[in-house]
Ligand binder design. Structure first.
Ligand code: 4AD
Ligand code: MG
Length: 467
């Protein structure tokens, strides 16, 4: 149907040419002389209005048509005499491809997103969810486009892994055993050791960046964190670029360019969808996206951010202080109220960050200058955006063997488990940096959808793995 709209000028000129469209019926308005059948095939917002005139044999089928049934229609395209759509189809032939049972859950009226989550296998037939799916697809395409143009290679990092990249213990275990037989020893299990679903492809990306210079992953990621929020999923998709011979600032520059490219592409290619979201999901969405492109993203150190928060006069639930991680309320204050645009916060306290982040020599002390380990910072950064909070987390990596081993000990990690990762520091180590962007959060930012469960086709979160 989208193609019919795109080529409508040709069709109008070649008056009388028969065109075939297939799709699902949204609504039927049956009048005496003709019927209006709204057909949608998920390729655009509008769908196509099909006029079935009383004179054609297909008119006899109209009483059998109702919301949800699939049809194949052959007809002529003409300018629509009525308001609301530029073109319509006058049916010559109509086939009822698949009738619909009377208990079809989707009706003409608008359904709540909560309800639609319970029929996730059908919700893509609604305008909002089809539009989300198209924007999601466009963002995936823009992602590959951006990295390929920037000289990155697409890396397929493993899904099943033995390393906990984040060291947060939020791994789903992979085993062949039926439940209730957890007594089997890891060494007797399928892989001969404990295996889990990956929480991040970063460690593999580092290995490949230290060979191909620039790589990115784009794949499913799993976190067994029991957080029932509108921003967390147990299964989500992450883009993880990794660059050799690069530092923290290079990674921030790349993240900014990448996010900008995605927004540009969505504004350029998915205008119809954005207009829909602007009307029904987030007022001012298009303006927000355009404004995001107008100024560079803000950048501020963690230490400065704490000072801003403390001086803000806001009554936070959790009082900000140096050494504590930023809470969502703090992140949103910085992006929404203080800077009113995306902001990078960088150089976080080492004590609250992962073992692989590069210890800073200056600013917070390097551990050799007499400062307490608790005051040290690492070259980490988060990108915080209005409406969401954290969209990206990244860092320069610790490339110095001794410092890495020291940090692993501080984080109670056994270097033997990460032997191959440690090897990268023994064989031709280089400064390198990268980040992870939560793909669903990017889709949320670009669609205005409130709940992350509504921007992934089949959401997995605590208690939910139905579809
Ligand atoms: O900040 P995170 O945990 O960073 C990493 O995993 C690094 N290894 C990335 C890297 O440097 N290569 O996760 C990165 C991003 C977050 O900023 C967030 O957008 C998203 O992944 N994310 C989630 N998205 C949905 N549901 C969850 N449970 C998420 N956890 C993280
Ligand atoms: Mg993070």
């Amino acid at each position: 149907i989208r193609e019919v709209f795109e080529r409508s000028v040709d069709y109008l000129q070649a008056d009388g040419e028969l065109v075939t469209v297939c799709g699902w019926v949204r609504t039927v308005r049956d009048q005496k002389q003709f019927a209006f059948v709204q057909v949608n095939d998920g390729t655009n917002v509008a769908g196509l209005q099909v006029v079935v005139e009383a004179g054609v044999p297909a008119f006899a089928l109209v009483p059998q048509l109702s919301t949800g049934c699939s049809v194949t229609v052959r007809g002529r395209i003409r300018e629509s005499p009525a308001k609301g759509q530029p073109i319509e189809m006058v049916a010559a032939e109509l086939t009822l491809t698949g009738p619909v049972d009377a208990d079809y859950p989707l009706q003409k009226k608008r359904h709540s997103f909560e309800f639609l989550r319970t029929v996730a296998h059908l919700r893509a037939r609604t305008n909002s969810f089809a539009a989300v799916a198209r924007v999601r697809s466009a963002l995936a395409f823009a992602t590959h486009e951006f990295f390929h143009r920037s000289g990155f290679y697409y890396l397929h990092s493993p899904i099943v892994t033995a390393s906990d990249c984040e060291g947060a213990g939020e791994m789903f275990r992979v085993t062949t055993l039926e439940p209730g037989r957890a007594d089997v020893r890891d060494e007797d299990d399928f892989f001969g050791k404990r295996a889990s679903l990956t929480v991040s492809g970063q460690l593999s990306a580092e290995a490949y960046a230290c060979a191909l210079s620039k790589v990115y992953t784009f794949g499913p990621t799993f976190r067994a964190e029991n957080s029932n929020t509108t921003r967390h999923l147990a299964e989500f998709w992450m883009i993880e670029p990794e660059m050799a011979f690069a530092d923290r600032d290079d990674a921030m520059d790349n993240a900014e360019a990448y996010v900008r490219h995605c927004i540009e592409q969505v504004l350029y290619r998915q205008n119809e969808e954005l207009e829909l979201f602007d009307r029904f999901v987030e007022k001012g969405l298009k303006r927000k996206l355009q404004a995001t492109l107008e100024r560079p993203f803000a950048r501020i150190t963690y230490t400065e951010a704490i000072a801003v928060l403390q001086a803000s006069g806001e009554s936070f639930e959790f009082a900000p202080h140096w050494g504590a991680d930023l809470q969502t309320e703090h992140e949103r204050f910085l992006a929404e109220k203080h800077f009113q645009r995306p902001v990078f916060v960088y150089d976080y306290p080492a004590a609250i960050k992962a073992f692989y982040m590069r210890l800073n020599d200056v600013d917070g002390g390097d551990g050799g200058d007499g400062r307490e380990p608790a005051c040290r910072t690492v070259a980490a950064f988060d990108l915080l955006v209005p409406g969401l909070g954290e969209l990206v987390g990244g860092s320069q990596r610790e490339e110095r063997l001794d410092t890495l081993l020291q940090r692993m000990r501080e984080c109670s990690l056994d270097p033997a488990t990460y032997w191959w990762y440690v090897d990268l520091r023994r064989y031709g180590t280089v400064p390198h940096a990268g980040y992870g962007l939560g793909f669903e959060r990017l889709v949320q930012y670009c669609t205005g959808m409130d709940n992350i469960r509504d921007v992934i086709p089949f959401a997995r979160y605590p208690g939910h793995c139905e579809f």
